[in-house]
Design a protein around this ligand. Sequence first.
Ligand code: PLP
Ligand code: LYS
Length: 426
Amino acid sequence: MPTDHAAALPGHPFFHYQDGTLFAEAVALTELAQQHGTPLFVYSQAALAHALDAYQQGFAGRNVGIHYAVKANSNLSILQFFAEQGCGFDIVSAGELLRVLQAGATPASVVFSGVGKTRAEMQLALRTGIGCFNVESEAELAVLNEEAGKLQIRAPISLRVNPDVDPQTHPYISTGLKNNKFGIPHERALQVFQQAAALPWLEVRGIDCHIGSQILSERPFLDALDKLLDLVAAVERCGIALHHIDCGGGLGIQYQTEVPPQAGALWQKMFAHADARGYGDRRFLIEPGRSLVGNAGVCLTEVLYLKPGEDKHFCIVDAAMNDLPRPAMYEAFHAISPVVPRAGTPVTTYDVVGPVCESGDWLGRDRALAVQAGDWLAVGSAGAYCMSMASNYNSRPRAAEILVHGSEHRVIRQRESFAQMIETER
Ligand SMILES: Cc1ncc(COP(=O)(O)O)c(C=O)c1O
Ligand SMILES: N[C@@H](CCCC[NH3+])C(=O)O
């Protein structure tokens, strides 16, 4: 049984056991599950602030813009929190643009990434006056120039460079290798910068890269920075001045036993490197997602049935791959802890699975748990890429979300009703 006040889930500083119950800050998760039902996503505002502060510690005296990557968790209240803290945003769609505007973002604080921006999305972003388009191909550059010309608005752009650096992460979330669809090959980038500078409706502002996600060592970030700085030097030699250098996101978090670099320490090293090369006083942008929200959230789920088997025992819960798709998609590990640990119930090794009709619908494999039907479990590291990737598969309405702040909590997304789920269909 975990001791009181012990960190209950790896990497979650604001979730702890007290009096035999798991708490988020000063709120007992039993109360939230009882009051709001399950599956239920619960986020800690203190954990969000803590994660942001970890970055800021590496930025003292530097000129840095933090652009939260909306795709990690796009709940309006989470976006509003980051906007209030002075963050900008990294978006990848018109939908994300509308969300950040509704959350109070200033348009100039928005950078727009993505390999497949549509003309309609470009027009919306141009009219809104976003800070920068992170352009990912020559074809996109030409279309953006056309659309900007039609609106007579010069488009601020950065070129996303593919530095061909191995982020040593899951192949599905590596983005900075030659064979990934993202960015402009770094060998071609100088030429494309020159093309961009010659187009009448574009204003070259920056350079960017994003090499992947859940990166657990400093080396790939430093290698990518080196390649970007080589290009900055070459581009500026051609008379094209760059206003900012955007290093993307990608810093990993602890799901299990991983030891990711600490954000502040990583950035101190990045700046030491930039200083050594004479670029430390430049404006840098970053686009973190997972490392700001991942360990600020858990997903609460109820044990529906225990199903013993010959080779496997199953713990069937009411959350599923539609709520939390990362295990099914990437075989990702998420820690699972009981909300009220039991004494006296034997520990059994279970596969924790959901009700969806797929054998891939599992949340955890071979987990030692002392549980009974009706118990609540907390699935860890559920703040990033869980609710934002949730679906209605098996016609399951989307879960509710709660934001805890000290001893207070508020519903930041209501549980979807069956009527809402089908209202747009005929
Ligand atoms: C362009 C871009 N920026 C930022 C991010 C955020 O990445 P992460 O959540 O790993 O910090 C992503 C996602 O990988 C991305 O594609
Ligand atoms: N969805 C991925 C991260 C994708 C990063 C976006 N480029 C995950 O859950 O790990």
